[in-house]
Design a protein around this ligand. Structure first.
Ligand SMILES: NC(=O)c1ccc[n+]([C@@H]2O[C@H](COP(=O)([O-])OP(=O)(O)OC[C@H]3O[C@@H](n4cnc5c(N)ncnc54)[C@H](OP(=O)(O)O)[C@@H]3O)[C@@H](O)[C@H]2O)c1
Length: 305
């Protein structure tokens, strides 16, 4: 099978399409998925550059990628929920497990797989797993009551954009922080009640929101939270310092097939919009990394075998 292999830590040029042996049979509790698309996430860029090499269990040569949408081709003896031909999505914690998704066939435990939403093309569904689960789990960690006001930074990014929509569904009033006036319109379309525009967290009014979900790497955004409020960051390298009794935590996304199925159902109900920016071939994986690194991508970059 063809796969995008990271040959050594470094720049996008280290991503090379190679022919590797196809996984032959699934584990007893696993499935084989024929990839329709694998999405590109910031963690792939960080892993490629070696930023996680000190605590990662896997090193090059290896296959990158956390998100996959595709079709089940085989299931293990113990698997009851899926059969060959099913359209599915999954988030695979590549850094911890070594199971990368930039490959024609991916072998995964069935417990982290979910039905793909039927209302979007299968390739577009690859935009959902990592960003959706991150947003969902971070909102769980925030645990704000209905009616509370939530500031979302990076509000038109992958995690931020889904957070805005999911927060609205949870009855929160969303204040969105975005970079440009053009992004302001996007944030309103996603459901933000108010939008603050600017490069710097200094533009945010102090002490006005009940909670913060920080996705842009702007730790000073914590100043916008009221005394005793709550903040969750998904950017572990730039976590806000606790101040004025604000409770600050970091949320790390966890593999979760059931949670992903719930998110897919929201997509099919028309309550959650997944956005893809561009489809590229496996040969263009390096170019996809360059595009994401440059910033300004709105929607997911998808790699198709
Ligand atoms: N903890 C976890 O488990 C977990 C899971 C998923 C993601 N993450 C992390 O979360 C972060 C966001 O991920 P993502 O996939 O949502 O990335 P993304 O799609 O690139 O979104 C980040 C957003 O933040 C915006 N932004 C960055 N700096 C800004 C600034 N100074 N002012 C205004 N906006 C700014 C970006 O705008 P531009 O495009 O214009 O730069 C972009 O819209 C990444 O650091 C990622 O590694 C962590």
């Amino acid at each position: 099978m063809r796969a995008v292999v990271l040959t050594t830590y470094g720049g996008p040029e280290q991503l090379v399409v190679s022919d590797l042996p196809e996984p032959a049979v699934p584990d007893p509790d696993g499935v084989l998925v024929r990839t329709a698309a694998a999405a590109v996430n910031p963690v792939d860029l960080q892993t490629r550059a070696g930023l996680h090499s000190a605590h990662g269990a896997f090193h090059p040569p290896m296959i990158l990628g956390w998100d996959v949408a595709g079709t089940v081709t085989a299931v293990g003896d113990q698997v009851t929920g899926f059969s060959a031909g099913d359209r599915v999505v999954a988030m695979s914690a590549q850094m911890a497990t070594g199971r990368g998704t930039y490959a024609e066939t991916v072998a995964l435990p069935a417990g982290i797989v979910a039905p793909a939403p039927a209302s979007v093309p299968l390739t577009a569904a690859a935009a959902l797993p990592l960003a959706g689960l991150t947003a969902w789990q971070a909102l769980d960690a925030l645990a704000l009551p209905e009616g509370a006001t939530l500031l979302v930074t990076g509000a038109v990014g992958s995690v931020g954009g889904l957070t805005v929509q999911l927060a609205r569904l949870r009855g929160l009033t969303v204040v969105a922080h975005v970079r440009t006036a053009e992004d302001s319109e996007r944030a309103r379309a996603l459901g933000a009640a108010r939008v603050v525009v600017g490069e710097d967290a200094a533009v945010l009014p102090s002490g006005t929101v009940d909670g913060l979900l920080e996705t842009a790497g702007l730790p000073r955004a914590v100043a916008a939270v009221r005394d005793g409020g709550r903040a969750v960051s998904v950017v572990p390298t730039r976590v806000p310092e606790a101040e004025r009794g604000v409770h600050v935590t970091v949320s790390y996304v966890q593999q979760d097939g059931q949670g992903l199925a719930a998110l897919g159902a929201l997509v099919d109900r028309g309550d959650l919009d997944v956005r893809s920016a561009k489809e590229l071939g496996f040969e263009e994986a390096g170019e996809a990394h360059r595009l994401l690194e440059a910033g300004g991508v709105r929607g997911k970059l998808l790699l198709l075998p």
